[in-house]
Design a protein around this ligand. Sequence first.
Ligand SMILES: Nc1ncnc2c1ncn2[C@@H]1O[C@H](COP(=O)(O)OP(=O)(O)OP(=O)(O)O)[C@@H](O)[C@H]1O
Ligand SMILES: [Mg+2]
Length: 325
Amino acid sequence: MPTPPHPQDPIVEVHDLVHTFGRDIRALDGVSLAFDAGMVYALLGPNGAGKTTLIRVLATLLRPDSGSAQVAGVDVLAHPTRARTRIGLAGQFAAVDDYLTGRENVRMIGRLYGLSGAEAKRRADDILEGIGLTDAASRAVKTYSGGMRRRLDLAASLVGRPQVLFLDEPTTGIDPRNRADLWTLIRQLVDDGTTVLLTTQYLEEADRLAERIGVIDHGRIISEGTSDELKDTLGGAMLELSVEPEHREAAQGLLRDALGDEPVLDPETERFRVTAPDGTRSLLVAIRALDAAGIEPDDVRLIKPTLDDVFLQLTDTDVQPEVAS
Ligand SMILES: Nc1ncnc2c1ncn2[C@@H]1O[C@H](COP(=O)(O)OP(=O)(O)OP(=O)(O)O)[C@@H](O)[C@H]1O
Ligand SMILES: [Mg+2]
């Protein structure tokens, strides 16, 4: 018998997972990660990074070559059947039947999870309402659009009240309004006690939804942390401001002394740009220094790197990160 999980143990804990397809595709090349219950963890990575492969291992659909994985206190490789009772997976467990209606599908899966007929009915209606499919619930699934199918998949993955929910690109192909609704729904699930591991290619999604983000590329986690921590890895913020032309020379010296970096005047925008190592504090220091000399800066901006910048830099694409304005 596996020992019950200690409340402080991470709810998902993965050590050195390796999985190879064929001879030389190392889809997982030593993945380790761990996170606590009650959060959204986003796995962010480009096409072919290994996201789906990792999700399939954790959801007991694929046996890795080596490594270990615990989910909700269960060793998924040693006890896959037990693990399956604690997890939900959007898209895969939900063997959605095209000829049944949306409601019938969700109810049926509820029954498979051992709910009574009345319970399955109530829960199906609640979930379909929450996911915005009430109007379409009585229609056969074969009449659904791609986005509606995805939402039905998600609905089906929730019936069993999983402790941990795996969502592989839950909002890909979903229009912006429905995406925002899904985000709300996912946050509600987390508030109700479900832990979510999702994969995404949308940086905004990871930024908005996830407490922690793991960036995966070529089967390896190449960076990990909160969205702010990841942004910090790019180096700090930049300060931009303009001053009247007659004050430029003085301002340049004052900014250099205050921030310890040489301000650069952009000839096009006629604005100074200088690194702001302490973010908002640097901004205050700079403004005070200028103010003390009777210089009033205009159009002051503190520019922080975005998650896009981090992602592009980490995943080693040809695109140079730009400082967003
Ligand atoms: N069944 C398979 N047979 C052979 N190679 C596979 C198989 N599944 C995945 N791969 C390969 O493993 C690597 C990782 O694929 P995976 O599907 O995990 O990437 P992903 O991060 O989910 O990508 P995407 O963002 O495109 O969904 C890729 O090189 C892919 O071609
Ligand atoms: Mg994938």
